[in-house]
Ligand binder design. Structure first.
Ligand SMILES: Nc1ncnc2c1ncn2[C@@H]1O[C@H](COP(=O)(O)OP(=O)(O)OP(=O)(O)O)[C@@H](O)[C@H]1O
Ligand SMILES: [Mg+2]
Length: 323
């Protein structure tokens, strides 16, 4: 797929999402970039801010299957993965596939599910395969998890372990509508809708095949210069040296930044990464990986601020090559 075509395809996807979701265009582009780079996204937001709407609109626009799991404290691994059922008629076991057998899996309120269920999701996210009673099944292609969690620490939640948080390429947040006009537009658009689910009539704007070739283009055709690789490494190291940080970003964080920046370059119609791409994504790709010193957790120090500080202290490469 050539650059012009790739850019046009991304614009069309973003345009379709914007026809339903009112909000920041950059947020939509970041979400699209994560999925193009085959990455999982964690949304941390209050209820009712359009997360399900975003996930569904994206899935349907790129011709993908979508399923959703609502997490509860009694959710079992089998409720997500599926289970085998004995069939006395012919003496065999039949596999009942769980919601994980899909392209886009939305896991709502992931921190309400118990640790055993969370760790079942862990395997799927990292290895893109599912083990049910000893047998392993490949996930569908593409496959990505969009998970949501509530920022307020409610009773009855099990905070995600660091290993699981680290598996998300980005942590994003939709936030509340930014202006009164946005607030009005959300309501106005719905005056004419008879149905409760505005995504019901959505048609894909790109075929699953074309989406896969966009994903391949990210990996094969988007160039990243040596000095920008160094820029990523320096930012990540800075997060580890920060006095308020107990554990900084893992190399998985550097890889997330690498992949996501190449994808966002393609979304912007470029076949090379710029330092601005890194600046745009560093906070979303790194902040959730930092573990603060105990006293700073108590003080509610914001990890995002720490990544921003790292960005401010590392010098920005100027003489990078676009090819
Ligand atoms: N930014 C927005 N643009 C357009 N519609 C919105 C927006 N935010 C919310 N809505 C509408 O409000 C309703 C609730 O949104 P949605 O179900 O997507 O929220 P959610 O973030 O998934 O909430 P929850 O955390 O409770 O699952 C939907 O009808 C959705 O279309
Ligand atoms: Mg929802």
């Amino acid at each position: 797929m050539n650059l012009e075509k790739a850019r046009a395809a991304c614009d069309t996807i973003v345009g379709q999402i914007r026809s339903l979701y009112v909000g920041d265009e950059l947020l939509i582009k970041k979400l699209l970039a994560a999925t193009l780079a085959n990455g999982h996204v964690l949304f941390e937001d209050n209820p009712g801010l359009g997360k399900t709407l975003l996930a569904k609109t994206l899935a349907f626009s790129i011709d993908c299957n979508f399923s959703r799991v609502q997490c509860t404290p009694d959710l079992l691994p089998a409720d997500i993965l599926g289970t085998k059922v004995w069939r006395p008629k012919d003496g065999s076991f039949e596999l009942f596939k769980g919601p994980v057998f899909t392209n886009v899996l939305l896991i709502d309120e992931i921190n309400r599910s118990p640790p055993k269920t969370q760790s079942a999701v862990l395997e799927v996210m990292e290895e893109r395969q599912v083990t049910i009673e000893g047998e392993t099944y490949r996930c569908e292609e593409p496959f990505f998890v969009l998970a949501t969690q509530n920022p307020i620490e409610y009773e009855g939640t099990y905070p995600l372990p660091e290993a699981q948080i680290d598996r998300f390429m980005m942590k994003l947040s939709t936030g509340y509508p930014r202006t009164l006009d946005e607030e009005k537009l959300i309501v106005k658009r719905r005056i004419k809708w008879k149905k409760d689910d505005p995504t019901r009539d959505l048609k894909p704007v790109i075929s699953a095949e074309d989406f896969s070739s966009l994903q391949r283009a990210v990996e094969n055709d988007v160039y990243i210069d040596e000095v920008i690789i160094k820029y990523i490494a320096e930012i990540v190291r800075k997060t580890r040296e920060h006095p308020q940080v107990e554990v900084g970003s893992s190399p998985r964080g550097s890889l997330a930044l690498l992949k996501a920046s190449r994808a966002i370059a393609l979304v912007g119609g470029r076949d090379f990464v710029t330092p601005d791409d890194i600046k745009t994504l560093a906070v979303d790709a790194l902040a959730h990986r930092l573990i603060l010193k105990v006293e700073d957790v108590m003080k509610r120090v914001d990890e995002r601020k720490i990544v921003k500080e790292a960005l401010d202290t590392v010098s920005v490469p100027k003489d990078y090559h676009p090819r």
